[in-house]
Ligand binder design. Sequence first.
Ligand code: HSE
Length: 436
Amino acid sequence: MQPVKIGLLGLGTVGSGTVNVLNRNGREISRRAGREIVIAKAFTRSPEKPRLCPTDNIDLVGDPFQLVEDPQIDIVVELIGGDSPAKELVLRAIELGKHVVTANKALIALHGNEIFAKASEKGVMVNFEAAVAGGIPIIKVLREGLAGNRIEWIAGIINGTGNFILTEMRDKGRDFADVLKEAQALGYAEADPTFDIEGIDAAHKLTILAAIAFGIPLQFDKVYTEGISQVTGEDVRYAEELGYRIKHLGIARRSGDGVELRVHPSLIPERRLLANVDGVMNAVVVKGDAVGPTLYYGPGAGAEPTASAVVADLVDVVRVMTADPEHRVPHLAFQADALSDMAVLPMAEIETAYYLRLSVADRPGVLADIARFLADQGISIEAVIQKEPQPGQAEVPLIFLTHKVKEKSLDAAAAQIESHPAVKAPMYRIRLETLD
Ligand code: HSE
């Protein structure tokens, strides 16, 4: 049988990794796929740049549309990232009846509904395993492995850069900016690192996970997104003192008639496996009603871990490209005409416990006043830490852990607390998740 010909858009870190994995494991991969998979053409903006992979047998082109439109190309692999021209290229490939494999989480989270509708119309596959948690096959898990379950919740460390920063802050007391620079040098961080730090990258990935888990449309604009830039070394140490670790989590949960979609720093008990996922590693816990909690762990970024997911998608496409489109796994796991319109809950309706950090004047009655403001909103305190003032400082940090409460009650208490004359700065809150 003729080899399947791939057009590769992008020869950067992941593109080169894909070429190397296909070169190294080609025989094994074709035994799985049933056909040889060959990278025939690759688009690169800078053909003169030294490559991390051999390109002798690849036709390098400077026009990505020429690659997509080449009739010999069967499958387009999009690894250039970003919005435009990635979206136009993918839509053009679909228009021409070509299957697509992409690692582009922003593209799927923001334009996936449109892309999948077009792909269904044209009877082509658009696979995106590499878009979420790099090498962890979490899309396959949700779309196929757990298809018998009603998924109840997902909680994941789905941004390696953020996890690397929090881990280094905890283990080595390192400075935030210094660790970020290292993550950039190692090739983990997004082109715009605020995507990592402010939770946008994780929100893209959570959008995709939630759609596949619950059978809802992709709704990136409804994800509550908060980054880690306000987490201090002190917070990390207080959390440890209280028996918790701070992790940047993406959480999707069924709640009543709605669904929670949120990305934010979270305290989690230190005995949880997720609390011990360190460095650039990713991990996702999925709770299904039949299987119970399951955990998936692995590298969330990097050349070959991400290429591992890209190549697995290629194998999947090659295996079923001759099958009737209606006999393939649906793009978003659920049949396109069976998606649910379950509402995304506003944060005010979310119920969690909280870690609260305040800076207050060290005067009699301040702690009692704050405790009363919390009690007025029905917020029960689980633990309090108040340290001695540092020499020369009139203010002291005051830390509370609360029991579970609706966010709107905490907002009401926060308004009262912040108006107290002894409270010197806005109260910082970190949600606490027990993950049980
Ligand atoms: N910037 C991402 C991360 C890369 O740090 O996890 C993988 O999506």
